[in-house]
Design a binder for this molecule. Sequence first.
Ligand SMILES: [Zn+2]
Length: 94
Amino acid sequence: MARCQALNKNGQQCGNQALPDSLYCRVHQPKEEEKMVIIKGPRTVRIRYKGQGDYIVASFTFSPSAREQEVPERLAEFLLDEEPELFTLADRED
Ligand SMILES: [Zn+2]
């Protein structure tokens, strides 16, 4: 069994075992319904990633070289809620 690819609040790789056919453990694996909501959200929000390694969620890859990304609003809410140590709203550039 592979290890979960998500990062915990210290920026360390999660120590849980990944679920079968997933990169993530039970804690970090969004439920199917959540994924659909996340991906289909109509509005987007720019968020900034503060972690050290790659963080992959719902087809987005955050890394130290790609810290800021425009993501669906629902995904932003999910990440800001679940991973407050790793994500913050990005400053508006306009
Ligand atoms: Zn995990």
